[in-house]
Design a protein around this ligand. Structure first.
Ligand code: DOR
Ligand code: ZN
Length: 369
């Protein structure tokens, strides 16, 4: 098999770069893995929940322009693409959407289940954005809806049990209604983890797509539970074999145009706390190597032309096309050669990339820029 192959640089269409003196290290880690752009999630403190603010900070939220300025100073300036979605709160208005989109600053909005994950405490139930006209305005203005698809406020057994979980409830009970009510709204079902969500995306038309993380392609709930490997704890949590099979099938299908890379790399310098564990897996610096491993686990021959084509569609092409972005003209090389994974240091402490903290700190693949 060929030991290496060249790919266009790619855009990570779901990541977390955080804020202040942590950003620089995370952006650098993304560049080191052949990333030429990113969609940087807005769940900062405070969240990025306004567009344009004459009196910066008056609302108590950050504006998209302010966060983009910070990201650019921390190194994102060299990216070809930088998208910051607007965090949808109960205060988001259709007018904000139309003005933001009109100016070209607003390309996407992020819906979080209230209190459903890290930094989701400002989220509003999806119904709110239906009732107040925000989704309608997004549909009109061509703004993409990025959805964290988990139902909030469930009892523990409905949240996660053998026959149902928060993601399945959300896709069965909510998403069909949103899709059907706004047929021209572009929807990204973020970090899908279940067969139910995969089937929803497949059954929907071309306005509905999904991101898939490396960890959900590689691991199942057993990997997390056996030894309580908390570096693998993210939300939505890794699921069962049947779900992983569905994800692998979707991303490796020839002709896949709907499923694309969005790592949800979510660094936490403090993972385990006295009252629980912060949700988020860090995959900065290692995501293409992990995705390649996931594709191999799914049976793809990464030495073949066909195997490399489905991998490129997933990592580089599908997401750019869905978001209407020019593909990068630069390239990087993925090499079938082992490499070591080390913690990434920031002034706030270090973060541990997968697979460190779960199994051997070794990857089967390396990157050459
Ligand atoms: O595991 C997660 N971590 N899921 C999310 O949705 C948010 C993320 C974070 O920001 O840490
Ligand atoms: Zn995320």
């Amino acid at each position: 098999m060929s030991r290496e192959f060249t790919l266009p640089k790619w855009y990570d269409l779901h990541t977390h770069f955080r804020q202040e003196n942590q950003m620089q290290a995370y952006i650098a880690a993304h560049k080191a893995m052949g990333c030429a752009g990113a969609l940087a999630m807005p769940n900062t403190q405070p969240p990025v929940a306004v567009v344009f603010e004459k009196d910066e900070g008056a609302s108590g939220y950050w504006s998209i322009e302010r966060y983009m300025r910070d990201l650019n100073v921390a190194g994102a300036r060299e990216f070809e693409v930088l998208i910051v979605p607007l965090y949808l709160t109960k205060e988001t208005t259709p007018d904000m959407i139309l003005k933001g989109a009109g100016s070209g600053v607003l390309k996407a909005c992020k819906a979080y289940p209230p209190h459903g994950t890290t930094g989701a405490e400002f989220g509003a139930p999806l119904m709110t954005h239906i009732d107040n006209g925000v989704l309608k305005a997004m549909e009109e203005a061509g703004v993409v809806l990025c959805v964290h698809g988990e139902e909030h406020g469930l009892s523990p057994t409905a949240y996660f049990d053998r026959h149902s979980n928060a993601e399945e409830v959300f896709y069965k009970e909510r998403m069909g209604r949103v899709r059907d009510a706004y047929p021209d709204l572009k929807i990204v079902c973020e970090h899908v983890t279940t067969k139910v969500a995969v089937d929803f995306v497949k059954e929907s038309g071309e306005m509905v797509a999904a991101t898939v993380t490396p960890q959900h392609l590689i691991y199942t709930i057993g990997d997390l539970i056996q030894g309580l490997k908390y570096h693998l704890f993210c939300l939505p949590v890794v699921k069962f074999e049947e779900d992983r099979e569905a994800l692998r099938g979707a991303v490796t299908a020839s002709g896949n145009r709907k499923f694309f890379a969005g790592t949800d790399s979510a660094p936490h310098t403090m993972k385990a706390t006295e009252c629980g564990c912060a949700a988020g897996c860090f995959t900065g610096g290692v995501a293409p190597q992990l995705y390649a491993h996931g594709f191999e686990m799914a049976g793809v021959d990464m030495g073949s032309v066909a195997g490399q084509a489905v991998f490129q569609a997933f990592l580089c092409d599908n997401g750019a096309r869905f978001y209407g972005l020019e593909p990068s003209s630069e390239t990087f090389v993925l090499v079938k050669e082992p490499s070591r994974v080390d913690p990434v240091n920031t002034p706030q402490g270090s973060v541990v990339p997968l697979p460190l903290g779960v199994n051997e700190p070794e990857l089967g693949w390396s990157i050459k820029l």
